[in-house]
Ligand binder design. Structure first.
Ligand SMILES: NC(=O)c1ccc[n+]([C@@H]2O[C@H](COP(=O)([O-])OP(=O)(O)OC[C@H]3O[C@@H](n4cnc5c(N)ncnc54)[C@H](O)[C@@H]3O)[C@@H](O)[C@H]2O)c1
Length: 327
């Protein structure tokens, strides 16, 4: 396949590298010409994926010089809040038969749309979504992993499964695009909460409680939107939640630790240095939960901390003081 990967951050770089090893012709589109020149010259992405060699076959081009009309597959590897800009750019340049695949995990602020909904709105064509426990730092080093590709059209999901799956990446298909994307978005604020708990010096019991009750609220809000229950127990659901909440690679968990250490949200995001999707997603979920009248107490506490209305320590009292419930 001729593949264009838009976004040269951690995931774009690692995923493009993986696709080259699968035998595809891959071009990564960068925001600036200097970035493309640097990546091509050094074959490394020190800002986003240090220590991973990028294959010689991988080409890099600045978006304003790129041609995507002949691409078989367009991959969106940018933060969720940039999907609208990128899809607008793609819409006027792509040829109709190209497939589209979103790697983004979040909800758009304001519209509360998922990445594939924004892409469809702007390009007039559906996009598949890839999601699962897939840290770029590990995929970039060929450590075995599994993921999910979701599409409303199972023939498309199967084509993409065949194109992406390899010796070190097992790919499952799913037609519950809503569920797969919702899981990928909603686990990030839970990981911020777990990071706050870790940063406050709490232990495994606290982490397990946050993850389990976090999954319960993720499923509640997902089901209210129309997702399928089984998706939450799959790789894109509990699988990604485990990876994001427990990994040293997780920026969302790390950002939570920094908040617990007294950093402001802006300081935490700056220190992490790459997109912390859990922050905008907490705002989007606050609005989405109100729309569907669903309680999401863990995420709401993260939202309150981001708003500066509650400290991480005060979240403990809020969560513990909730009305007693049946599990
Ligand atoms: N890093 C991971 O391990 C990982 C794994 C799975 C999913 N994701 C998801 O993939 C998405 C991208 O994450 P990432 O880790 O690569 O982020 P990142 O911060 O490492 O990189 C983002 C990239 O997007 C580019 N970008 C930003 N705005 C752009 C725009 N308007 N046009 C073109 N390019 C733009 C940036 O220049 C940067 O190269 C996020 O939604 C994230 O949740 C990441």
């Amino acid at each position: 396949m001729d593949v264009v990967v838009i976004g040269s951050g951690s995931w774009g770089s690692a995923f493009a590298r993986h696709l080259v090893h699968r035998g595809h012709h891959v071009e990564v589109l960068t925001l600036t010409g200097a970035e493309a020149t640097g990546l091509a010259a050094t074959r490394e992405n020190p800002a986003f994926l240090p220590g991973v060699r990028l294959p010689d076959e991988l080409t890099f081009r600045a978006m304003d010089e790129a041609e995507i009309g002949t691409a078989d597959l367009i991959v969106y590897a940018v933060p969720t809040q940039a999907i609208r800009d990128v899809a607008t750019w793609v819409a006027s340049r792509r040829s109709a038969p190209s497939l589209q695949l979103s790697l983004a995990k979040g909800y758009e602020l304001g519209s509360l749309k998922r990445p594939t909904q924004v892409i469809r709105e702007l390009t007039g064509s559906p996009a598949a979504a890839l999601s699962g426990p897939n840290h770029a730092e590990e995929i970039g080093r060929d450590m075995p992993a599994a993921t999910v590709i979701a599409s409303v059209d199972m023939a498309v999901a199967e084509r993409l499964q065949a194109a992406v799956a390899g010796d070190t990446l097992r790919v499952y298909t799913n037609d519950d695009v809503l569920g797969v994307e919702s899981c990928g978005a909603m686990k990030n604020p839970i990981a911020v909460a777990v990071g706050m708990s870790d940063g406050l010096g709490f232990g495994d019991n606290s982490r397990a409680a946050l993850m389990t009750r976090g999954l319960a609220e993720v499923a509640r809000l997902g089901l209210a939107q129309g997702a399928r229950f089984e998706t939450f127990s799959g790789l894109a659901g509990v699988g990604d939640l485990i990876a994001t909440c427990t990994s040293r690679h997780s920026r969302n968990r790390r950002a939570g630790e920094l908040l617990a250490g007294g950093a402001t949200p802006a300081e935490a995001a700056a220190q992490v240095g790459q997109v912390v999707e859990g922050f905008p997603t907490a705002y989007a979920l606050h609005d989405l939960a109100a729309r569907y009248a669903v309680e999401i107490p863990v995420t709401e506490n993260v939202y309150e901390v981001l708003e500066g209305r509650r400290t991480p320590s005060e979240c403990v009292a809020d969560l513990m003081g909730r009305v007693p419930k049946r599990e």
